[in-house]
Structure formats: structure tokens, C-alpha cells
Write a protein that binds this ligand. Structure first.
Ligand code: PLP
Length: 384
């Protein structure tokens, strides 16, 4: 990423700071950003939090309210640590399903094979701008009454059947961290169409406090049940403080106004990258319909350890920044935080993920990357 922020975004923050005694923490700008985001995504409710990881954590925390006994949650092996960490932190068991190489998201068939009577939810990450949904997955989850949590942290504006991702699941999560499609410095959004879930999320975001609910019936119920408590300080759940600030909301709102434009530019960049990259050596057969690219995926067609070394040398020499393993440390099942928590044989099942882990790279894509720069990157990669 060169820079997420425009001068005008920063000036909007300065306008707030020029006021006498401005409100800086979670306040009216946050509510406005949430309303605008809900409209953009076409969902009923959004809750602005301090990171995408917090969005993951609160989503699983709501699931835990429904399932205090715990159970299994199907999670992606390729994505980001917080999808798996949130499952562990809330006392569920992560179950990995291998990815589909054309979308990098968990493969529908492999998800369905993992479902059993202990399955409490599926967390589907839309990886790096690709649409990970299929009609079959949506209809099977509905039939089996298993909630879907969509992690859209890397795929703002991507679509399935013409409708934006994040509007399909019971809950969806977005990140506004630096280099994501839009940024609020740090930040995340949790979205849902379910009113009860929305009220729970509002309380969970802020220490589990009942006064954070906008539903007066909920407030009244707790007040009547607990006459011995100060009504302003009733804590319904042992929770966290993952609120964001007015500064984050101002930046988020400014950036949201150009998000559709950003999606278009990132998509064009990726198309140019795919057109120029050598299809004899690198994969180009991704499912592009509805995608909103996050990064150039450089994935070797075949395992080739020597080519990997040559590529890394070339990229370092030419100052092309890259992440080996593609996203977030590659195959999560190989990470030490899972040692003793999952059966080591799980790694062997994740063959497609392992291919990305060893033979995949993530190279930055951003709106002001110029066509000539993309051509230059491709010719360097093709000559490795
Ligand atoms: C798929 C996915 N989920 C969650 C996150 C966490 O977001 P954040 O960095 O805002 O905590 C990221 C971050 O990059 C991500 O890529």
C-alpha cells in the first residue's frame, strides 16, 4: 500500500479537532458511519469496532451465547489467525476444511463433509477479494440450520450473484486496517440483519453493558430484574471494550464515499496482472466473477522449490514487497498456537492450502498502482 488516506480524509479529522471540546470516542460519527455502512452493504445493522479481529471475536462471542456448551466451528486454514483464535478464545473447537484453488476459500464439498451434530457454525473467509460462496453451501447451511459467519475483511465490495458479500451470513466481519480496501487507521465492522444479535453485539462491544442496547425493552427487563443495581452499570455479559473512535468513523465515512471506485481500480489492476503473468508457470485460473481484488496472487502451478528461491531473490533485489504463504502465515494448521490443540494429521488433509503455503505469494495491489508498474512487476516475475 502506498497510502490509504487522502489529504481530504485527514483534513476532515482536523475539522473535528478544531472544535472546542470535541467528542472523540464512540459517538455520533460512529453511529453515522454504521448507518452509511449498513446502507452500502444492504444490511439492517452494523457495529463499528476497533479491528477486524475484534469483529471476529464478538461474532464468536455471540455464537457462545447460543452455545455455552461449546462445540465445533468450521474455519479456514488460509486467511488470518484471528478467525481461528476467536474460535479458541470462546471455547469452541476449530475444524479445518481445505480450500478450493480457484477461490482460495474453503471448498463447499469439504465444508459439508466436516459437518456433524456438533457443528455450531461455519466461518467462511472470502480470501483476498474472491467470492467464496456457492449456492450449494448457502442452501445446505440453511437446510441444516447452521449459521454462517462471513469474514469479508479482505473482500469489501465483492459479490455473489450480484449481491455484496457480507449480506448473506448470519453475521459478517470487515477490517479497515491499513492496506485493506478502506481504512479507519485500525477498525472493523460487524454486520447482521438480526435485531437480537445486533443488540447483543452492541453490549458485547462495550463491556457487556446493558445501557449500550438501543432496545428499551431489554434495558427495562434488566432494570426490573436487578433493582439492587445502578441501572447505568448493569453488565449482562463478561465482555470486552472493543469500541472505536470518532476519528476512525470520520476516516471510515470519507473512505466509504470512494469505496466503489477503489474496488473498480483494484479489479482492473488484478486483471492486468493476470493478463501479463506467465500462465505456463503461475496460476491464472481464478474464479473472478464478483471479485474485488485485495492482492496479486502469485501461485506456482507446480511445486518448484528452486523457482521459489529465485523468485524471492528477484523480488528482494527489485524491492517488490511480498508475503510468502500468500495470506497471514499460510496454512494456519501449521502454526505453533495450535500445537496440542489439533491432531497433527489435520495438516496432511490440507493439500491445497499447503500448496499456497509453500508455493504461493501475496504481492500488494492498491488503487494508485500504475499500469506500467504492474507490467514491470510481471516482467520481473516472469524472468525469475
Ligand atoms: C481474513 C481476515 N480476517 C481478520 C483480519 C483481522 O483484521 P484486523 O487486522 O483489522 O484485526 C484480517 C486482517 O488482515 C483478515 O485478513
Amino acid at each position: 500500500m502506498r497510502s490509504n488516506f487522502r489529504r481530504s480524509d485527514l483534513d476532515a479529522v482536523i475539522e473535528l479537532l478544531k472544535q472546542d471540546d470535541p467528542m472523540l470516542t464512540n459517538g455520533p460519527k460512529v453511529s453515522e458511519f454504521e448507518a452509511e455502512w449498513s446502507k452500502w452493504l444492504d444490511v439492517k445493522y452494523s457495529v463499528f469496532v476497533n479491528s477486524g479481529s475484534s469483529a471476529n471475536l464478538l461474532s464468536l462471542s455471540v455464537l457462545k451465547l447460543h452455545h455455552p456448551e461449546g462445540g465445533e466451528v468450521i474455519v479456514p486454514p488460509l486467511g488470518w489467525v484471528s478467525d481461528v483464535a476467536a474460535v479458541l478464545q470462546t471455547g469452541f473447537t476449530p475444524i479445518f476444511a481445505d480450500i478450493n484453488p480457484s477461490t482460495l476459500a474453503m471448498d463447499t464439498e469439504k465444508i459439508l463433509q466436516k459437518i456433524n451434530k456438533n457443528t455450531r457454525a461455519v466461518v467462511l473467509t472470502h480470501v483476498q477479494g474472491f467470492n467464496g460462496l456457492t449456492d450449494q453451501l448457502l442452501s445446505e447451511l440453511e437446510r441444516l440450520n447452521i449459521p454462517l459467519i462471513e469474514d469479508v475483511c479482505e473482500s469489501h465490495g465483492a459479490k455473489h450473484q450480484g449481491k455484496k458479500l457480507g449480506g448473506f451470513g448470519w453475521i459478517s466481519n470487515f477490517s479497515f486496517y491499513y492496506a485493506h480496501h478502506i481504512s479507519s487507521i485500525e477498525g472493523g465492522m460487524i454486520c447482521t440483519n438480526d435485531e437480537t444479535t445486533y443488540q447483543q453485539l452492541r453490549m458485547l462491544r462495550s463491556h457487556g453493558m446493558v445501557r449500550e442496547s438501543t432496545d428499551m425493552d431489554i434495558q427495562l427487563k434488566y432494570k426490573n430484574q436487578h433493582p439492587d443495581l445502578n441501572p447505568d452499570f448493569i453488565f449482562a455479559f463478561p465482555s470486552y471494550n472493543v469500541r472505536n473512535t470518532e476519528i476512525g468513523a470520520i476516516l471510515g465515512r470519507c473512505q466509504l464515499s470512494i469505496l466503489d471506485e477503489i474496488v473498480e481500480k483494484r479489479t482492473k489492476n488484478f486483471e492486468r496482472f493476470l493478463k501479463n503473468i506467465d500462465p505456463g508457470r503461475y496460476r491464472t485460473n481464478f474464479l473472478l466473477e464478483g471479485s474485488s481484488n485485495y492482492a496479486f496472487n502469485l501461485i506456482l502451478k507446480e511445486p518448484d522449490d528452486e523457482l521459489v528461491q529465485r523468485l524471492m531473490n528477484k523480488m528482494r533485489l527489485n524491492e517488490i514487497e511480498f508475503r510468502r504463504g500468500s495470506a497471514g502465515g499460510g496454512n494456519q494448521a501449521r502454526q505453533p498456537y495450535l500445537k496440542n490443540l489439533i491432531d497433527p494429521s489435520v495438516v496432511c488433509e490440507l493439500k491445497e492450502t499447503d500448496h499456497i503455503h509453500f508455493y504461493g505469494f501475496y504481492i500488494g495491489n492498491y488503487p494508485d498502482l500504475q499500469g506500467a508498474e504492474i507490467d514491470e512487476i510481471c516482467s520481473i516475475l516472469n524472468a525469475a
